[in-house]
Structures are given as C-alpha cells and as structure tokens.
Ligand binder design. Sequence first.
Ligand SMILES: Nc1ncnc2c1ncn2[C@@H]1O[C@H](COP(=O)(O)OP(=O)(O)OP(=O)(O)O)[C@@H](O)[C@H]1O
Ligand SMILES: [Mg+2]
Length: 277
Amino acid sequence: MDSGPLAVGIKPKEKDAGNAACIVDVDQLSVIRGNKLILKDIDFKIQKGEFIGIVGPNGGGKTTLLLSILGILKPSKGKIKLFGNKPMSKNLDGKISWVSQAASNIPNDLRVTVRELVALGTINRKNMFWGWRDNKKVEQVIDMVGLRDVSKIDIGRLSGGQRQRAVIGRALASDAEIIILDEPLVGIDREAKNALLKLLDDLCHTEEKTIIMVSHDLAAVRHTTHRMVYLEGSIRFDGIPPDFPTLEELALLRGIKDVHGGHHYDHSEEDCDGEHD
Ligand SMILES: Nc1ncnc2c1ncn2[C@@H]1O[C@H](COP(=O)(O)OP(=O)(O)OP(=O)(O)O)[C@@H](O)[C@H]1O
Ligand SMILES: [Mg+2]
C-alpha cells in the first residue's frame, strides 16, 4: 500500500481486522508482466460475505489482480492465501468461481440451455466420472438467478443480462464461496444491471457469498458494493463507498492537472455551434 499522502481512505477497521473470517489474504503482492511492474506492494484482506468493487483506470492492473488471486499469474513478490491455502490448491476445489466479461458475448448459436449450463456448475473433480448431478440444486439456483421462465432456452438466445445471470448461476451451482466478476456490467441495459447488482448483493446477505467485482461503472459500484478499492498499480483507496474520493480528489490521486487552471468555462452560455454572441 502507498504510504504517501495520496493513499487515502484506509480504515483502521479494515487494515487491522483480525484473521478470523479473512478468506482472501493478499500480502505485499507485486506482479510483473512482460518485464513491466504491473502491481506493487498490494496488501489487503477480504472477509467472508463482503461485496468488494475494484475500480481504476484502464491498465491499472485490475484483471492482473484477479488473475493473481485465481493463481493464473504468479507473484514476483509477496503471497496470496485463500482460506489459508495457496491459489489453485486442491483444497480450494469448487470454492472460487470466475465469471468473465465474455459471458455477455456468448455466441448466439450456442446450443446449451440455461438449465444445462447451470448443471455444468455441479460437476466437480469428485463426481466428474460417475455422472451424479444435484438436480435439486440446479432448480434452486435457476430460481435464485431469476431465469425460471427461460430455463429451457439456449443461452445464445438470451439477452446480455440474462446470460450474465446464467453464468452466475453456474458459479452458484458449484457452491463457490467466492465469486469473482470481471466487468459483468458491460453490454447490459440499466434495468438488467440493477437486477444483477441486486442479485449479487442478496447473495452476500442471504447466502454469505463473497463477491469481488471489477467494473468501470463507478456509480454502480458506489451504490451497490460494501467496500471499494481503487487500483492503479498500487491501492490508492480502500474503504467504504461514502468515503470514496470525489472527482477532484481522484484527479489529484492520479496526478491529473486541471487544464483550466481552476477556471471552469460556463457552457450554458454556449450556442450549439460553440460560438458566443
Ligand atoms: N499478457 C500480458 N503480457 C504483458 N503485459 C500485459 C499482459 N496483459 C496485460 N498486460 C499489461 O498489464 C497492465 C495491466 O493490465 P490489466 O489488464 O490488469 O489492467 P486492467 O486494470 O484490467 O485494465 P482494463 O480496465 O482495461 O481491463 C497493462 O499495462 C497491460 O498492458
Ligand atoms: Mg481488465
């Protein structure tokens, strides 16, 4: 974590929280990709049942952090523990699920129904070869994600928001405790977005799922998540949404100078062609 004046919003509560229900522990993580230091000294813990929104500029390292938590990228320094285990360890089988942005881009000709996709989530290393499926769980999950009416329809024919829910359904069917979503709000309309965010929030409150969501939609993240992390190479903010920096503070955080020198041009006096009388 940055210790300079730009590192704001760290709540002692979060930093000093004990390890009791800490299920993700990222400790002094640095990650290098293609000879470039992408993440530097990332330090944070996630408690069970938290809904965390990770925001930040393009190239800020959000996906890199998620891939590191999943164990796909290896740290160049520091360590990550999930439920006390190294990422990808056998003990984590089925505990962590990844919902990629690609969910809303599923090809239209994909011949898999919602029910089949959700059922795929129940397959794990233990039941893979003897074909046992938890049908009750599948039906329960279909209701949970609100896709009962379209459960027999190919997912290629669903809207972006419905597809995203179907993929979340697969994650839920696997009984994953941590659901990681990279840009799930892209390509879905406002109504579907609100419904999806409500579903995620409900999952934290009623099912005690832990959700880590990366999104560029600052307003959505701010209004929905319980905790926000602003990532730009290092963590620049980690705290509750009401404490998230204003646009001016964010510009300061990012070292962006006001090109108008503090004077803001009043566009209300401007004609449509941009000329003044
Ligand atoms: N396979 C790769 N090899 C080398 N560098 C990479 C690779 N993938 C990403 N990077 C670099 O890592 C940095 C962080 O990328 P990352 O995808 O984590 O950012 P991000 O915050 O998720 O951005 P976006 O908001 O655009 O999704 C970028 O500078 C990017 O160019
Ligand atoms: Mg990304």
